[in-house]
Write a protein that binds this ligand. Structure first.
Ligand code: AP5
Length: 218
């Protein structure tokens, strides 16, 4: 299974990627998670990325492409992968195509998650994350057992700096301008499938599994 999860910030790509990776035994590569790790560890790359991320802007293509190529060539991708949040620009998509071609492969599918803008803003503004284990919760839709505390590691939950209103607006604008052209890009390559991402997490997963099961090696 070699798939890309595409869609506006907050549609639920990360939530579904986690479940699909568990269910189908494939690697999940989330550029957002990789970049946040780098920021937390204060690596040179993390220091460069932080400013862009806090403002809701995209990190330069070269930085992200390097990160993904390193992951794709690793052992964890032998059974396949889900790319969550990459590519996000046409140059990133072109570089991904080249990298896969070198290995004699290509993408099986690109999933375009769709949900209303109103839902996206509600999902993002209510998200809470664990700074230690990176688990994600939502104040209304995916509550932790104890309010404000991570179920897995008991750490206090925080709001991501880019989940504040101004950054959300910027991220949605960046999506419209720089990422949405990928819908046409992958449509032209006959790789795009739209998945309705409204409703409960389980219902979305059900729809998604039906689309992805043909690509599962069993
Ligand atoms: P990234 O972390 O990738 O953020 P994003 O794409 O904006 O996506 P999100 O993680 O915000 O949303 P999601 O769709 O994964 O939703 P989630 O499942 O978490 O990127 C962050 C930043 O890194 C970017 O702004 C950029 O600066 C940089 N970056 C990353 N990749 C890059 C790239 N390729 N190029 C350049 N820069 C890059 O769900 C959201 C909330 O909704 C959660 O609280 C969840 O519990 C809840 N939820 C999920 N599903 C449902 C549901 N069905 N019903 C109700 N609630 C739900």
């Amino acid at each position: 299974m070699r798939v890309v999860f595409l869609g506006a910030p907050g549609v639920g790509k990360g939530t579904q990627a986690e479940r699909v990776a568990d269910q189908f035994g494939v690697a999940k590569i989330s550029t957002g998670d990789l970049l946040r790790d780098a920021v937390r560890n204060q690596t040179p790359l993390g220091r460069e990325a932080k400013n862009y991320m806090d403002q809701g802007k995209l990190v330069p293509d070269a930085v992200v492409i390097g990160l993904v190529n390193e992951k794709l060539s690793g052992q964890s991708c032998e059974n396949g992968f889900i790319l969550d949040g990459f590519p996000r620009t046409v140059p990133q998509a072109e570089e991904l195509g080249k990298a896969l071609k070198v290995n004699g492969s290509g993408l099986d599918r690109v999933i375009n998650f769709q949900v209303s803008r109103e839902d996206v803003v509600r999902r993002l503004s209510g998200r809470r994350s664990c700074p230690k284990c990176q688990s994600t919760f939502h104040v209304d839709f995916a509550k932790s057992k104890v309010e404000g505390v991570c179920d897995r590691c008991s750490e206090s939950l925080v709001q991501r700096s880019d989940d504040r209103r101004e950054a959300i607006e910027m991220r949605l604008q960046v999506y419209d301008e720089q990422t949405s052209p990928l819908v046409r890009y992958y449509e032209e390559r006959k790789l795009l499938t739209i998945v309705d991402a409204s409703g409960a997490v389980d219902a979305v997963f059900e729809r998604l599994s039906q689309v992805l099961s043909p690509y599962c090696a069993q």
